[in-house]
Design a protein around this ligand. Structure first.
Ligand SMILES: NC(=O)c1ccc[n+]([C@@H]2O[C@H](COP(=O)([O-])OP(=O)(O)OC[C@H]3O[C@@H](n4cnc5c(N)ncnc54)[C@H](OP(=O)(O)O)[C@@H]3O)[C@@H](O)[C@H]2O)c1
Length: 397
């Protein structure tokens, strides 16, 4: 099999995707990396284990992406630029008849809202074209969705509650930094919390619901209820579901800084007048904050991201958790990136591998839990994200 992959976005995640694709030459025989800044592509390519061709593209412009795809004729496009670029890149894939994969759903720049409706609306056009789009092939969304599909396939007749739990117990030594793109991260964290129960969405104030969760290999950590995009697709695909929630850990230091930044208006996403020109405060803040890619050399400690289930098997109550734990320093040693881009980039590579090998095929737009989880779960173990199952573990009420 000789397949070409075009990766768009030369950030923290793009760096990991390039390294991981380079480790699997039998599937990814040619790698092309393109981004807004060519120098960033060249820097990543210079450290890759195999030759990587690089190019420049503004992926906000579908015609530029179309020209790029026509130039290289890839078998799949992996979009690890920002969520704002999802739709123009999907338009270019439609124009050229090319398969598409991403790790985050589309967001309109002027509104911090996370919904699949814009991308699901491409389903019929992708189907008519006979091409495939795989949405949300990162860790969360991504691996967490696959954990749900795996639990549903092998362990449950009905899954009643799902709690996705995301803990970063690492230390990077900076006063305030985000683990992936600061603008996207802060938009996500400052929005209202939201969960789904008995067929209804319930909104709560941002970070207003806290629970101390006991994470395997880490211990108890303060965790906050947030809305996360995989909830929207999982309520469609998990049988018997009564409630689904998402929890993430934050340190007191992070929350204190965030509160101050919010209070003084630095997280605003609307334009304000500054010295005769318009600026978006959050974009300005992003320019000041550490590049998440720069955190790697000093990062220590572990992540633990998983899913806790409660439901029925053969008429009996069953509780369990599936999780992965990653060590920041080990990730840095392997690919020059801390665990957050690592845990995103590895599943992006595996999702593309599933598509190129023909293991996961379909015409249209798909969420990752719609496919057989078994081959993906096997590849997680093989390519750096081994997972564990803990029987009897559930979130304490
Ligand atoms: N599912 C998950 O688990 C998960 C977890 C973390 C992150 N993510 C997603 O992963 C994606 C990448 O995150 P990251 O932390 O790697 O971000 P990042 O470091 O900021 O990298 C984003 C890259 O996209 C490029 N880019 C931005 N606008 C572009 C445009 N118009 N045309 C071409 N390239 C453009 C940037 O190029 P320049 O540097 O040249 O501006 C940058 O190199 C984001 O969508 C994020 O939401 C998903």
């Amino acid at each position: 099999m000789s397949k070409k992959v075009l990766i768009i976005g030369a950030g923290g995640v793009g760096n990991v995707v390039v390294h991981k694709c380079a480790q699997v030459p039998e599937v990814f025989s040619e790698i092309i990396l393109a981004s807004r800044t060519l120098a960033k592509c060249d820097a990543i390519a210079a450290n890759a284990a195999r030759p990587v061709r690089t190019d420049q593209v503004d992926a906000n412009d579908a015609s530029q992406v179309t020209a790029l795809i026509e130039k290289y004729r890839p078998d799949v496009v992996i979009n690890v630029a920002l969520p704002y670029q999802d739709l123009p890149i999907m338009d270019a894939c439609l124009e050229t008849g090319t398969d598409y994969l991403d790790t985050a759903n589309y967001e309109p720049p002027e509104e911090a809202t996370f919904e699949y409706k814009w991308q699901w609306a491409y389903h019929d056009r992708f189907k008519d074209e006979g091409i495939m789009a795989l949405l949300g092939s990162g860790f969360d969304p991504g691996v967490t969705n696959v954990f749900c599909a795996y639990a549903q396939k092998h362990y449950y007749d009905e899954i009643h509650t799902v709690d996705i739990v995301d803990c970063n117990a690492g230390e990077h030594g900076r006063a305030f930094a985000t683990n992936f793109n600061p603008e996207i991260n802060i938009r996500e964290v400052t929005q209202k919390g939201r969960y789904w129960e008995n067929g209804q969405w319930v909104d709560v104030d941002p970070l207003s619901v806290r629970k101390d969760i006991d994470y395997p290999q880490i211990g108890r950590r303060a965790s906050y209820l947030m809305y996360h995009e995989e909830l929207e697709s999982l309520v469609r695909h998990i049988k018997g579901l009564k409630r689904i929630r998402f929890w993430m850990t934050f340190s007191e230091q992070y929350l204190t800084h965030l509160r101050v930044l919010e209070n003084v208006g630095m997280t605003r996403i609307d334009e304000v007048e500054f010295e005769g020109r318009k600026i978006v405060p959050l974009k300005f803040l992003k320019a000041l904050l550490p590049d998440p890619g720069s955190l790697g050399p000093t990062y220590t400690g572990k992540t633990c991201i998983g899913v806790m289930f409660d439901g029925l098997k053969d008429g009996r109550r069953k509780q369990m958790m599936i999780y992965n734990s990653c060590d920041h320093a080990k990730c840095y040693q392997e690919v020059g990136a801390q665990a957050v881009p690592y845990t995103t980039g590895v599943p992006a590579m595996i999702g593309a591998k599933m598509m190129l090998e023909g293991t996961w095929r379909g015409a249209g737009v798909f969420n990752i839990e719609e496919f057989d989880p078994d081959p993906f779960m096997a590849d997680l173990n093989q390519y750096g994200l081994p997972w564990e199952i803990v029987e009897g573990k559930s979130i304490e009420l």
